[in-house]
Design a protein around this ligand. Structure first.
Ligand code: TMP
Ligand code: ZN
Length: 409
């Protein structure tokens, strides 16, 4: 029995995915022996309504100088962050010369670069030094650190208070949200906006996209849980906007109580969540059953294709794929390789099941029968890019929202 990370109430076990490696820990052969594993189990707290992991590896094991995730590797994401920056710029920076924009988990500067280009005072806080260095090389003011209260105090002393504190796909990584909240209330101007967007629980439940659950995602938020998490710190959600990124995300706008007009999007989204049952345990038990069914069908499909001597490869070695491959125990006897555009992953092996990671060119030159779309959240971008694969007779396999071979003609 585990207690909730947020409210300390007893949380309920929903599903165990078994022994799991670090999702982004692409490794070399000589490191197979000392690979780190933990038990990937999801819980739901019926009190504060937060969906969370029972155990999470130490942050240093996940976010370090060899972190393999670079935000700018996708064109769609670059565009998404450009639009986000412009939206903030127009909406919330009233006095542009005096403004200060902070980003938590600023990665390679994909969002902040748009403020840097406009000479707006900004600061990125990024725990993985290799990605932070890429940002610094682009002229984006970035420090390598984890955001918490003491750091917020130091930043405030040096730069003053912030108009915007932004985070994207970061808050769900941080177990100790109390420390972040304390930092935010210290650093944020009275009328400032704390805005973050994260994979959305409603999408995960509706699509059975259980691959959102991996070491880095210690929480999968709903609006209801976000309200409950930040209320004790005097922070109020005044607006929400659904996003298509990462397979379905939600952007939450928070501010100090009574400083912002509450948009009707908040009550509307709460109603949707009620209809989806994001506040009741039964919904999560049904999700568990759906995950198990998905696993059985995925294994069965791949076995059938292998029996027919079909060649199967993986497309994009996403962090999400680590959960699927390890939960379903699918290795290199089934999937020959996974092609990925990120140089740091190439030539290495996937976490846990050790499937070789090859270059994108390798996939282009090859003619596999089937490619598993691990980056299903980038489906549109990928299908547009890979018309040639279909023309040559290749077929896509997906597993979200259900296991199937895609009929592209
Ligand atoms: P994610 O954003 O869903 O986590 O996926 C990121 C990974 O997918 C990253 O390693 C790059 C890889 N990728 C490709 O290899 N080809 C593609 O076309 C896309 C969109 C991503
Ligand atoms: Zn709780």
């Amino acid at each position: 029995m585990k207690n909730c990370r947020i409210c300390n109430y007893r949380a309920t076990e929903i599903i165990s995915f078994g022994k799991m490696p670090i999702a982004n820990n692409f490794l070399e052969k000589q490191n197979f022996e000392k690979e780190y594993f933990f038990n990937l189990m999801a819980l739901f707290c019926d009190f504060c309504k937060t969906f969370q992991l029972a155990d999470q590896p130490k942050p240093e094991l996940m976010f370090h100088e060899n972190y393999a995730f670079f935000s700018s590797s996708s064109k769609k994401m670059s565009l998404h962050f450009e639009q986000m920056a412009h939206h903030y710029f127009n909406q919330f920076l009233l006095n542009k010369e005096q403004s200060f924009v902070v980003e938590l988990g600023s990665n390679d500067g994909i969002m902040l670069q748009h403020f840097a280009q406009k000479n707006i005072k900004h600061l990125g806080i990024e725990p993985s030094d290799n990605v932070a260095q890429v940002a610094r090389n682009k002229g984006i003011n970035t420090i390598t650190d984890f955001f918490q209260e003491e750091l917020a105090i130091a930043i405030e002393k040096q730069y003053g208070k912030a108009d915007i504190i932004s985070a994207a796909n970061v808050m769900c990584h941080i177990s100790d949200l109390a420390s972040v909240a304390k930092g935010v209330i210290h650093l944020l101007k009275k009328t400032g906006v704390f805005v973050f967007e994260e994979p959305y629980l409603g999408d995960m439940i509706q699509k059975t996209s259980y691959d959102q659950i991996y070491d880095e995602h210690v929480y999968i938020f709903s609006l209801l849980s976000v309200i409950n998490i930040f209320k004790p710190y005097g922070l109020q959600v005044f607006h929400v906007e659904p996003q298509v990124t990462h397979g379905g995300s939600m952007r939450y706008y928070l501010g100090f109580e009574n400083q912002h007009i509450i948009n009707k999007s908040v009550s509307e989204q709460l109603l949707k969540e009620k209809k989806l049952g994001l506040d009741v345990l039964e919904t999560f038990y049904a999700f568990k059953n759906a995950c198990e069914k998905n696993k059985t069908e995925f294994i069965a499909l791949l076995h059938t294709l292998k029996k027919q001597n079909k060649r199967i490869v993986g497309y994009a070695a996403t962090s999400k794929s680590t959960t699927v491959l390890n939960y379903c125990n699918i290795g290199s006897d089934c999937i020959e390789y996974i092609s990925d555009t990120t140089p740091i992953k190439q030539g290495k092996f996937s976490p846990g099941v050790h499937i070789p990671i090859k270059t994108y060119q390798n996939f282009k030159d090859d003619m596999p029968d089937y490619a598993i779309l691990f980056a299903w959240n980038h489906a549109q971008e990928i299908f547009e890019k890979e018309e040639e694969f279909i023309k040559k007779g290749g077929k896509w396999i997906t597993f979200v929202p259900e296991v199937k071979i895609l009929n592209m003609i």
